[in-house]
Design a protein around this ligand. Structure first.
Ligand code: SF4
Ligand code: SF4
Length: 100
């Protein structure tokens, strides 16, 4: 698309079109989440700029602790910024080098 075809003011005329842009292609580092270590505070969910943490319903047991859900990451859209790993209070998310 040439710049001449862009809408005036750069307006977004089609809501939701970002679903077609798989921002995971840019990633150099990938977050790896350890659901055994996670305390379900949801800070990663709140801070992720891509909003790609999903809450997966279902009992999840670790030793004598039990949770009603676990978390997953949609790697199609995770751009590897590392904010989630930085914000996680218990170090349950590690950034590892992406291998493609
Ligand atoms: S690395 Fe960035 S984009 Fe990916 S899950 Fe973490 S906060 Fe979201
Ligand atoms: S920030 Fe860490 S402890 Fe909190 S929900 Fe995310 S992975 Fe789990």
């Amino acid at each position: 698309m040439s710049w001449r075809e862009l809408p005036r003011g750069g307006l977004i005329l089609e809501p939701g079109n970002s679903a077609r842009r798989k921002t995971g292609d840019w990633r150099v580092y990938r977050p790896v989440l350890d659901n055994d270590k996670c305390i379900r505070c949801l800070l990663c969910w709140a801070y992720c700029p891509e909003g790609i943490f999903s809450i997966v319903d279902g009992e999840y047991k670790v030793g004598n602790r039990s949770w009603s859900f676990s978390l997953s990451i949609d790697y199609d859209y995770c751009k590897g910024c590392g904010i989630c790993a930085e914000e996680c209070p218990v170090g349950a998310i590690k950034m590892v080098e992406e291998v493609k």
